[in-house]
Design a protein around this ligand. Structure first.
Ligand SMILES: Cc1ncc(COP(=O)(O)O)c(C=O)c1O
Length: 401
């Protein structure tokens, strides 16, 4: 029988048909690394690989507590762990009951669960651009289409509510907002969130508010999370996780918080429980250790904050003497965006930077910027490498590339 089944007969879903071929930039970086040539990498997004010191004793002690853990899964997440997440929000002045929280293995998994909850195949979710590049892929894996809506820059990045409203149609199920947005570092203003709530309630859409970077607020103006406070008219899910909030992506613990009209929240959570129960993907040790990891996370967050602030402080000095280049304001998050003269295409610019200057930054197209002339650098970069890398980038722009 086996002989009858040949590779030619195998059928795969279109969802998994995305090409994994590396692009020219990835090939160039790979070539350089294989030759052992130096490269100043200003794209690091993994805090555990950024030369930041971790309190390894505290992390080891947190995990040691879980050595004898018994497996008694709870689809919404162990109540101890949900209470720990709730206490962490209380520290930020936000009242989130543990019964509104559902644990996942990561924010990516939270998206997958929410798309399963909200969408049938062929439905759409509205996603901001420029923003986190994984949305299209996360949606496609659930047979859902990601439809872009624009963020516009007028001295700061703003939600274009009119453009968003005109992107809504009968297939729309949810609007995703990223707050603060990656990579623009922009927070939504309370009035934008209010407009969004009204729009979503009017069209029966859910709001998915990705707040993974909310703890990294450089403006100092936000001491509250308005999207989690008050009576919300629309079904709203706020996403967070240890990955960014505690700088611990390797622990694989995320969460989603359901808010909005009580009957909708109850219905959503019991359906999500069914989804989560099918996978039971969150490990027991990380749940048992969640309270201690969140406490250690405060120290890690402090170190990451120091690193980002050091790079942010250096930026104005680096930009001086390069009037044609601009560092856009950063209100929060781990990235900064530079606008450069459009003397060449983004692809040509970033390839030239790698080949001739040994500097890697993200081209704007990686995040779907509407125009050429943007590059993105990570604030997690070692400060000496950041200064040297941005210096070489600006010198290259001055020379017409
Ligand atoms: C805006 C945003 N959301 C979600 C994630 C993924 O988070 P997690 O590691 O919890 O899946 C990232 C990762 O960079 C991100 O930038």
């Amino acid at each position: 029988m086996l002989g009858l089944y040949s590779a030619a007969m195998a059928r795969f879903s279109t969802r998994t048909g995305r090409s994994l071929e590396p692009n020219e930039l990835a090939l160039e970086v790979g070539r350089r690394r294989s030759l052992g040539a130096p490269l100043l990498d200003l794209t690091v997004s993994n805090p555990t690989a950024a030369g930041i010191e971790y309190p390894t004793d505290r992390i080891a002690a947190a995990l040691a507590l879980t050595a004898g853990a018994v497996y008694r899964p709870d689809a919404r997440g162990l109540s101890r762990a949900r209470e720990a997440v709730s206490a962490d929000y209380a520290r930020r002045g936000v009242d989130v009951g543990p019964n509104r929280i559902l644990l996942t293995a990561s924010t990516s998994e939270s998206y997958a669960f929410l798309f399963k909850l909200l969408c049938d195949p062929g439905d759409t979710v509205l996603v901001p651009v420029p923003s986190y590049p994984l949305f299209e892929h996360l949606a496609a894996l659930e047979c859902v289409e990601a439809v872009p809506y624009p963020l516009v820059y007028h001295g700061s990045w703003r939600l274009d509510l009119e453009a968003l409203a005109s992107a809504v149609d009968a297939r729309s199920r949810a609007v995703i907002v990223v707050n603060p947005n990656n990579p623009t570092g922009s927070f939504l203003r309370p009035e934008e969130l209010q407009g969004l709530q009204l729009l979503a309630a009017r069209h029966g859409l859910a709001i998915v508010a990705d707040e993974v970077f909310a703890c990294y607020d450089w403006s100092g103006a936000r001491d509250q999370l308005p999207e989690l406070c008050g009576d919300l008219p629309a079904l709203t899910f706020c996403l967070g996780g240890l990955s960014k909030a505690a700088g611990l992506p390797q622990m694989k613990l995320g969460w989603l918080i359901a808010r909005g009209p009580a009957p909708l929240v109850e219905a959503a959570l019991s359906r999500l429980e069914l989804v989560a129960d099918t996978f039971l993907s969150v490990g027991t040790p990380v749940q048992e250790a969640a309270a201690a990891l969140l406490e250690a996370g405060e120290e890690i967050r402090g170190r990451i904050t120091e690193r980002c602030r050091a790079n942010l402080r250096a930026l104005p000095g680096l930009m001086r003497g390069h009037p044609a280049c601009e560092a856009l304001p950063v209100e929060g998050g781990w990235s900064c965006v530079l606008r450069l003269p459009r003397t060449c295409g983004d692809e040509e610019r970033v390839l030239g930077l790698v080949r001739e200057d040994g500097v890697l930054v993200h081209p704007g197209y990686f995040f779907d910027f509407a125009n050429e002339g943007y590059v993105v650098a990570s604030l997690l970069t070692n400060p000496a490498a950041f200064r040297e890398g941005i210096g070489r980038l600006l010198a290259r722009s001055d020379s017409g590339f």
